[in-house]
Design a protein around this ligand. Structure first.
Ligand code: PLP
Length: 360
């Protein structure tokens, strides 16, 4: 390979709008705001043994490898590019954390203001720090995510600020590209796709992406969609809104998902399921994935937790391919990681002591 360094390519010559331009609602008039998002690793897991034994291939789509550490970048590159095209000078969103980090980053790239409304006390530390350092204005409310979304929607209705929550259709457009990447890499659609469900924008986007490829004949099938909510925040599973959602998986701590009806469409059209997983199942999956070399945040592990349970229950046929979206990076939530990781005491700086401590 030869490197020619005379003409550096602009940053927007990478990123998912560049790659999937023909399948996205952009024109030459759209200023592309990109951080080189998308194209994240699709990693085939070594385990779990119950899958291996039956020829079930489990893949992780590691979307924590996006620039701000979550899949939210996929939607935000589109939402902010379109907001800028429409003349917006400010964007706003409610967030459980990752949306705010993505919004702050893309707003900074675009040179527009960013206003974030957060539920106080329920956003993982890494996400808040990121958002503040990237220059967003944070408003913390004494309420939950659902309250934050309601308020920010009302605020945007009565001002020229562009709303960039996943109720913004451009967010879904960007996020659907995950299905394109997976089908492109596997050569066809997988039989199953598992993911966590919070506000339900991402499950909507996954299904839209798979459906677009199927409808234009690029693929000949679509996966069954397996959505997983945390047991303490499982409105779709219960069939009613949850007043006080509670879970360690703060990114999916949502009691009244904005895209609820689209989640049902994804479930029903795909013959899939939406089920709940307990915080214990989530933490077990979180640690299992870490031992596969994949450090994701707790909410992301809900996908694998649920998928693994379905494999155990014999609900996934032998020989299937099952993709789990790992939605966010493990470093986002150092608090949860730290509680499970025990650091041993320091030993003297001698070879003898190091050998002894290393156990070799
Ligand atoms: C936003 C988010 C989710 C939930 O996605 P929805 O589109 O709200 O269903 C899951 N995991 C992580 C890490 C997130 O940031």
């Amino acid at each position: 390979m030869t490197l020619t360094l005379e003409k550096p390519s602009p940053l927007h010559a990478r990123g998912l709008i560049h790659r999937w331009r023909d399948r996205l609602p952009v024109t030459d008039a759209t200023p592309i705001i990109s951080l080189g998002e998308g194209d994240t690793p699709l990693v085939e897991l070594r385990g779990p043994p119950e899958a291996r034994e039956r020829g079930i291939k489990v893949y992780a789509k590691y979307d924590g490898a996006n620039p701000t550490g979550s899949f939210k970048d996929r939607g935000m590159t589109m939402a902010v590019s379109k907001a800028l095209e429409g003349g917006a000078t400010a964007i706003a969103c409610a967030s459980t954390g990752n949306t705010s980090a993505a919004a702050a980053a893309y707003a900074s790239r675009a040179g527009v203001e960013c206003i974030i409304v957060l539920p106080a006390g329920y956003v993982a530390a890494g996400k808040i720090a990121q958002t503040i350092l990237m220059g967003a204005k944070i408003v913390q409310i004494e309420g939950n995510f659902d309250d934050a979304l309601r308020l920010v929607r009302e605020m945007c209705d009565s001002s020229p600020v562009a709303l960039v929550n996943s109720v913004n259709p451009y967010r879904i457009e960007g996020q659907k590209t995950i299905a394109f990447e997976i089908c492109d890499e596997l050569g066809s659609a997988p039989e199953y796709h598992a993911l966590p469900v919070g506000n339900a924008g991402n499950i909507t986007a996954h299904w839209q992406g798979y459906t677009e490829l199927f409808n234009d004949g690029t693929t000949s099938s679509r996966p069954k969609i397996l959505g997983f909510q945390a047991a303490g925040a499982a409105p779709i599973v219960l069939g009613h809104a949850v007043e006080k959602p509670e879970t360690i998986a703060t990114a999916i701590r949502i009691g009244n998902p904005a895209s609820w009806c689209y989640a049902l469409i994804a479930r029903d059209e795909s013959n899939g399921v939406i089920e709940s997983v307990t915080d214990n199942e989530i933490l077990t999956a979180y640690q299992f994935l870490a031992r596969e070399g994949l450090f994701c945040e707790p909410a992301s592990a809900a996908s694998f937790a649920g998928a693994r349970r379905m494999i155990r229950e014999g609900k996934i046929p032998d020989g299937s391919r099952l993709v789990c979206t790992l939605t966010g990076h493990g470093l986002k939530d150092p608090g949860t990681a730290g509680k499970l990781a025990n650091l041993p005491d320091a030993v003297p700086a001698t070879l003898e002591a190091v050998i002894k401590a290393a156990g070799i």
